[in-house]
Ligand binder design. Structure first.
Ligand code: ADE
Length: 239
């Protein structure tokens, strides 16, 4: 799968691309990530400004339509692969696991990261991306949001995780819309806190039952909205 990241700060991704699962997926040619500097499309190639004051007044600066549209069009043309076009903004549709599952079936994502007060509206009008937010809070820019999306999507690409089962067990994954049950490893006792007996008893049926119950209790306590969603899923699996 190919990702194209369009940003004013390509260097922000350096450490991120060089570590962990993502780095391994790149080395194994399961994912291919390209970064593009929006300033390369600034009309003034000396000072390279790409922002200006909003018409009508107001605080901050906006990223201009001309360099942005020229940049994303050039990026799109760099590969014949069809691309899903995404603009990261706190005003977008909220990203979730279902969206990650859908994006993971695409061949290519172009992720356009905003800064300042965002983009001139004509970027969306002309380029027609999907506007996506990673949550109801405001970041300094879309770069971290792009990393979140990449992170959630690449885990779902076959071969990226060693053990595909962990995808299915994860909270929010297709097979499980509830929160994950608690897990323990050695030692069996630490500062008087012991591992629940059921997990060390070897009865796999009892373990599965305990885990399902713990998932339900945890979800009830922390995210009761998910229980409602999960019940709707069971009643109406193709919705
Ligand atoms: N840019 C700034 N805040 C954001 C958010 N919450 N989601 C996506 N992009 C953003």
């Amino acid at each position: 799968m190919r990702f194209d990241i369009v940003t004013l700060f390509p260097a922000l991704f350096e450490g991120y691309l060089g570590e962990g699962l993502l780095n391994k997926a790149i080395k194994n040619e399961l994912v291919d990530i390209h970064r593009h500097d929006l300033r390369d499309f600034a009309p003034d190639s000396v000072h390279r400004p790409v922002d200006d004051k909003p018409f009508g007044g107001g605080p901050g600066m906006l990223i201009q339509v001309e360099p942005t549209v020229k940049c994303v069009e050039a990026v799109q043309a760099m590969s014949p692969m069809p691309a899903r076009k995404i603009l990261l903004t706190p005003g977008g549709k909220r990203f979730d696991q279902r969206m990650a599952e859908e994006f993971a079936t695409d061949q290519r994502l172009i992720l356009l990261c905003g800064r300042y007060e965002g983009f001139d509206q004509r970027v969306t009008d002309i380029w027609q991306p999907e506007e996506i937010s990673i949550g109801d809070f405001v970041l300094n820019g879309g770069e971290v949001a792009a990393m979140v999306i990449i992170e959630a999507v690449i885990r779902l690409i076959p071969g990226v995780l060693g053990d595909q089962q962990s995808n299915i067990d994860d909270s929010f994954s297709q097979g499980n819309r509830l929160l994950e049950f608690p897990q323990y490893t050695r030692p069996r006792e630490f500062r008087g806190h012991t591992v629940p007996d059921v997990l060390t008893g070897g009865d796999h049926g009892a373990i599965a039952k305990w885990r399902a119950e713990q998932s339900r209790l945890r979800t009830q306590a922390r995210r009761s909205d998910l229980l409602v969603e999960s019940e709707n899923d069971i009643k109406n699996p193709n919705a």
